[in-house]
Design a protein around this ligand. Structure first.
Ligand SMILES: Cc1cc2nc3c(=O)[nH]c(=O)nc-3n(C[C@H](O)[C@H](O)[C@H](O)COP(=O)(O)O)c2cc1C
Length: 252
């Protein structure tokens, strides 16, 4: 099997790293792969490389993830319509500018694809990495730390380096449940597979974290029966960042 595919099939998050700097050319190469990623056209995201150790520490504290302090490299992916605004101000200052939600959606998709592509390059090169969505759980403080202007939004962090651990692969929802042909694949008839996945993930968690672990179905029920997380309020943060949410007024 192709070695790149082999690496992809063994993907896992790395949280412990060797105390070894990443060669400049390597970091640059991964950024080039990020740049090459398919994009819907607007290129409406920016990447901020965190080179200042103190800043990295402050980000780690803000997102309450201590191991972020020891990440050899940390990139923060930022949805960026401010660049569009600057370009519009330059090229069409006399016309009114709009920053509607569709532009944000496109940017979110493009950002995630670019970050995943960069992760593929990191993995293919024998290094390891970790995504961090906690930056989007702590927008005001990250915004402040990175001096983010209006119409920008920190959506994802990507840390990477030379791994100092080789964690066991965590289970993934089986293909039978996720994939169907020609029409929507109902869960009916797949409960056995679901139960087996529950058992597998519970055993994995008990082994890795101790305790009894929590099954996939339990976690799913918890998600849809508990209070909203900070992430659920993201639209408010988008609005504060200057986006026009285009919500229809159903009353009128
Ligand atoms: C978009 C995204 C955001 C994530 N954010 C975080 C995070 O903020 N902190 C963290 O420790 N792990 C984060 N993870 C890692 C997941 O927790 C991890 O992928 C999952 O537990 C499965 O483990 P594995 O990657 O080792 O297979 C994130 C993963 C993804 C895909």
């Amino acid at each position: 099997m192709n070695t790149f595919i082999q690496k992809q099939l063994k993907y896992r998050s790395i949280r412990k790293y060797q105390d070894k700097a990443i060669e400049k050319e390597k970091a640059q190469l991964y950024l080039e792969v990020m740049r090459r990623t398919a994009c819907r056209g607007s290129h409406a995201y920016s990447v901020i490389r965190i080179a200042d150790q103190q800043l990295k520490h402050r980000i780690a504290e803000a997102i309450k993830q201590d191991y972020v302090k020891a990440l050899p490299e940390l990139m923060i992916f930022v949805i960026d319509l401010y660049r569009s605004k600057q370009i519009a101000n330059l090229k069409a200052p006399e016309v009114e500018h709009h920053f509607y939600f569709d532009q944000w959606l496109v940017s979110i998709g493009d950002t995630y694809l670019a970050a995943q592509n960069m992760m593929n390059a990191i993995e293919a090169d024998g290094l390891g990495g970790l995504f961090l969505s906690t930056v989007a759980d702590n927008v005001p403080v990250i915004r402040d730390l990175l001096s983010l202007p209006e119409l920008t939004f920190p959506i994802l962090g990507l840390g990477f380096g030379y791994p100092a651990e080789d964690p066991e692969l965590s289970p993934r929802l089986p293909l039978d449940i996720k994939v169907s042909t020609n029409t929507y694949g109902s869960l009916e008839g797949k409960y056995q597979a679901l139960c087996e996945y529950d058992t597998e993930i519970r055993a994995y968690q008990a082994k890795v974290r101790g305790g009894e672990g929590i099954s996939f179905t339990e976690a799913t029920v918890n998600r849809v029966t508990s209070k909203p997380s900070p992430y659920a309020y993201l639209l408010n943060d988008f609005k504060d960042a200057g986006v026009d949410l285009c919500i229809r007024d159903f009353e009128s």
